[in-house]
Design a protein around this ligand. Sequence first.
Ligand SMILES: Nc1ncnc2c1ncn2[C@@H]1O[C@H](COP(=O)(O)OP(=O)(O)OP(=O)(O)O)[C@@H](O)[C@H]1O
Ligand SMILES: [Mg+2]
Length: 401
Amino acid sequence: MELKDEVRSSFKRSHNLARKYYDCGDLPKARVEYLKCARFAEHLSELTPSKRKEFHERAEKFREIAEGLKVGDIKVYTDGIVPEEEMESSKRTAEDSEGREDRTKDLILAEKPSLKFKDIAGLDSVKERIKEAIVYPFRYPDEYRYFGVKGGGGILLYGPPGCGKTMLAAAAAGECDAVFINLKISDIKDKYVGESEKKIKDVFNLARGYERAIIFFDEIDALAGERSGSQEGHERSLVNELLSQMDGLEAKGTEKRYLVLAATNRPWDVDIALRRAGRFDTTVFIQHPDLPARKKIFEIGLTNKPCRVDVAELAAMTDGYASAEIVDICEKAAKIPLRERIKEGKPRREIVLVDFERVIAERKTVLSGWYPKAVRELTGTEEAGMFQELVEAGAGYISGG
Ligand SMILES: Nc1ncnc2c1ncn2[C@@H]1O[C@H](COP(=O)(O)OP(=O)(O)OP(=O)(O)O)[C@@H](O)[C@H]1O
Ligand SMILES: [Mg+2]
């Protein structure tokens, strides 16, 4: 395939994903995909002189859309993500490694979130634990130094999908006014030996360029040093590079501060070496929302929507659902009267209880599959004790609750 075709197909893929995420209310993911679209469109404008202006304008449009999807009021420092497809194609056209450092930086989304813990429903004890490990050492470095207490270390957030792990990590940065460097392990992984390690170094170097930074490794389970058969040597050295970079951060002075967070919804797959003391020594379970949390998520999800249904009632109807699913339920419920007005000319101007009932009846929570699988994976393993909270939370789903 020609480079242009490759970029075009990546562009289409991101565009479809962006719309999909947008439709189900996952605005942060939609935003990332729209940023990718903007970048692809720019790339296409370079590659297609006859349509340069048109693609450039589309890129602008996508950036505008992404801007409108910010969580809270995120200021973007290093904008845009270059997806793997584009990395691959650029590798083929420019095999020399010049400029690769810049490309890695492009790959990293470094921003200063204005998202705060108060924007996240529930999870109060989790917030407090993160505060003690991360926020207070950032805010009161002198106190910590005075008492000779070391803050920080790495924190591993684990739990079901769509319940706020990524959001919490961003809010932790927002709470201490730190730059948030957010990347997926799959973004770093490179089939060329040595390249992934270099990308990890780049990430930590990027962090060191800021006064305060939180590095967030999403889908940390993809870093599988212990389990990966033939690739073992390669993956092992990637794990080692991450560990040594983390150790390096800790040894640094006290004025500048960097912390590392990681998240997974496959905790049983996380490399043991990463969980040993001193690295990701704090593991925090991010549970699905309880009743008060669901009420708050409905309040958030129904902001700017014409709806007078009691959120307590809605919360009671959605026991066991993931937070992201509740946000999605609000979107889908709103679309029912909207569609009726537009397509059938009906005069209804509000979302009513029946709309929610319809959406909820059609939608099973993914957690009813996720929890039993997670408990099965952990049962009888050494990790079961470590992830006890998950096993306990899963009991409700297994006994048909
Ligand atoms: N506790 C919460 N309070 C309010 N909204 C939430 C909460 N948790 C999740 N959401 C909503 O769900 C979306 C997805 O959440 P998030 O990306 O943080 O989930 P996650 O746990 O990282 O999921 P995954 O494991 O799939 O990465 C958020 O953008 C937000 O709209
Ligand atoms: Mg996430």
